[in-house]
Design a protein around this ligand. Structure first.
Ligand code: ZN
Length: 300
């Protein structure tokens, strides 16, 4: 069983009331630490990383409003990449949550809230929705973020990228994108992007001194690099996506397996919900699960 399979399994058993559910970090020494991107919602403070059973010191925690990734070379991507390259992160999880206010706030409400803070409408970007990354679906937002991370040249093909959704009430974790399954298609996808761009990595380097292979990040230039290179790369990736796939590529669009897997898991979830009709038991909060206690027992 791989790390996130064990995490999901332990989480579901714990939510179902299994007192012995927990993770044995020693079994996953090669897959820890994990890198997680979550929302800034304070209700997550009591949930993570406890409901995953991952020890705090093996949980590299990045946060932004709505766990949004705006592009393959955005500021958050930079942090995710360094979390792997410098801090040794082995797997990435984008963890959305239910009842996310970034998904619930309307444009009009947001404008009103800014006005109450003394920020008038004309001071905000023209497209408020797009700028702040407001989204309609928490699930779709996670899937999109996973896709962007997966496409980013900064994340090596060996790093699984998972998409999860945590229920803010129960702590139950739903696996939206299985990063182990999509890992297989990554090499194909990366090659496609790079080939279509012709000389992506060289071009990136010529824009700046940014070295993607090594860990030579000239400190004063990172922000600059990211901004300039991102537009360029986003454009390339966009071009690739609107074009019909070249003959060498699989017939299905590269993202479809992710969506299919996600849809499948969503559909199965719905069926399970229908079958059960009972609400999953609430765990006393906070924290809802205490796998840490069980770490001390250990199996080994
Ligand atoms: Zn949120």
């Amino acid at each position: 069983m791989r790390l996130f399979e064990a995490i999901i399994d332990a989480n579901h058993r714990a939510v179902a009331g299994d007192q012995n559910a927990g993770l044995h970090p020693a079994d996953f020494a090669n897959e820890l630490p994990v890198v997680a991107l979550t929302c800034i919602d304070v209700r997550l403070n009591a949930l993570l990383p406890e409901v995953l059973g991952v020890p705090k010191d093996q949980f590299i925690w990045l946060r932004n409003a709505g766990n949004i990734i705006t592009g393959p070379l955005s500021s958050t991507m930079r942090s995710l990449a360094l979390a792997c390259a410098v801090k040794g992160g082995k797997e990435i999880a984008i963890i959305g949550h239910t009842d996310c206010q970034v998904g619930k706030t309307t444009t009009m409400a947001l404008i009103d809230q800014f006005r109450a803070l003394g920020v008038e409408r004309h001071l905000l970007p023209a497209n408020v929705n797009e700028f702040f990354g407001m989204f309609a679906s928490e699930r779709a937002n996670v899937i999109k973020a996973v896709d962007v991370v997966r496409q980013s040249p900064l994340i090596g093909p060996k790093i699984p990228v998972h998409g999860l959704l945590v229920d803010i009430e129960t702590g139950k974790v739903e696996w939206l994108v299985n990063g182990y399954q999509t890992l297989d298609t990554v090499a194909t996808r990366m090659t496609a992007v790079l080939t279509s761009a012709g000389h992506t990595l060289d071009a990136l380097k010529s824009l700046t001194d940014f070295e993607i292979g090594g860990i030579k990040f000239p400190e004063t230039k990172i922000g600059e690099t990211v901004t300039r290179a991102e537009d360029w790369l986003s454009g390339k990736i966009h071009e690739l996506e609107v074009k019909p796939p070249p003959a060498a590529e699989p017939a299905a669009p590269p993202g479809s397996s992710v969506l299919r897997a996600t849809y499948e898991s969503w559909r199965r979830g719905k069926e399970r919900e229908k079958a059960k009709s009972t609400v999953p038991p609430k765990i006393a909060a906070p924290p809802p699960l205490r796998p840490k206690l069980r770490f001390q027992k250990g199996r080994k």
